[in-house]
Design a protein around this ligand. Structure first.
Ligand code: TA6
Length: 302
């Protein structure tokens, strides 16, 4: 497990980084650039904040989020890997895979000539993870912090047989008021409606919210926008290597039951997840690498 002293020693010259211990054994990396600031927990390489200069935070983090080894963090950008949702056959395996609750290693951190910061992580697989994922693979996760936030997840099959890969960047976005918020760019897409017995429906127009919503949009085109009149902005989401977009808001009743949403947290967040899930799960051939990226940019509206 990486210690904070080891990080400070390795990245002494990186004046754009600072390392904090949010809780015993729970290290976070604070990144400052001319364009924006970000925080990344080493567990799960979990981006927990990103705030462009002059903007309100773009990434939502529950005020009741818990920072404990092995416990998923409510908010930020949980990495769902190497499966999305419940495991296909093992009910006892963790929902959304193990990547978000195991320790990761910071491999590299650079300040680019244009002022952006680029960090590269890889998961420190432990015995429990290997037991749940008996496939030869490597995985790298890149985080680019600037006027935009760019996340890149690359999985390589280093074995001799194909395997199925499900994944999502399960991003919680901060919004002013879920009741006024809409999502453009999914019109005409088929989705699995998980709050209606997983029936398949077709999206008509923009996505609007009225209580719990949990949808897996299939065959999506890699560009959508969260239109937030309350905060007078649109968050533009573009992706590559992703065929699914998951849209989730738990609604008041489910959020209250989850216990780590904070008071009415569900009013100020929406998950729009860049994913490969359900019909869009990837089959990775031996030697093949699959790369999925998500890019977030804030456009002011007024
Ligand atoms: O992405 C939506 C979803 O699959 C919902 O069904 C809900 O379970 C959410 O993820 C949060 O899951 P978590 O395991 O982080 O509580």
């Amino acid at each position: 497990m990486t210690t904070i002293d080891e990080l400070k020693r390795r990245f002494t010259s990186a004046d754009f980084l600072s390392f904090v211990e949010k809780a015993p054994g729970f290290i976070a990396i604070e990144v400052k650039t001319a364009f924006s600031t970000a925080t990344i927990a080493l567990q799960g390489a979990h981006v927990t904040s990103w705030q462009p200069k002059g903007q309100k935070p773009v990434i939502w983090l529950s005020k009741a989020a818990k920072f404990a080894p092995g416990k998923s963090i409510r908010g930020g950008v949980p990495i769902c890997w190497p499966w999305f949702g419940p495991h296909a056959s093992e009910a006892g395996y963790p929902g959304h895979g193990f990547a978000r609750t195991i320790p990761w290693k910071l491999l590299e951190a650079q300040k680019l000539p244009d002022g952006r910061a680029r960090l590269l992580f890889e998961p420190a697989m432990n015995d429990a993870a290997r037991a749940q994922w008996p496939h030869a693979s490597t995985m790298r996760y890149g985080v680019m912090i600037g006027q935009e936030l760019v996340l890149a997840l690359a999985t390589k099959n280093t074995g001799s047989v194909p395997f199925q890969l499900g994944q999502a960047l399960h991003t919680y976005f901060q919004i002013g008021d879920i009741g006024q918020t809409s999502i453009a760019g999914l019109d005409g897409c088929t989705y699995i409606d998980k709050v209606a017995k997983a029936t398949r429906k077709k999206q008509k127009g923009a996505v609007t919210f009225n209580g719990e919503m949990d949808r897996v949009y299939l065959g999506t085109a890699g560009c959508c926008g969260i239109i937030d009149p309350a905060l007078k902005r649109t968050i533009l989401i573009t992706s590559t290597g992703s065929r699914s977009t998951v849209v989730w808001n738990p609604g008041a009743e489910k959020a209250a039951k989850m216990g780590d949403f904070g008071r009415q947290g569900e009013n100020n967040m929406v998950c729009v997840e860049t994913a490969n899930a359900a019909d869009d799960v990837i089959t990775l051939a031996p030697g093949e690498t699959h790369r999925m990226t998500a890019q977030y940019r804030v456009l002011r509206n007024g």
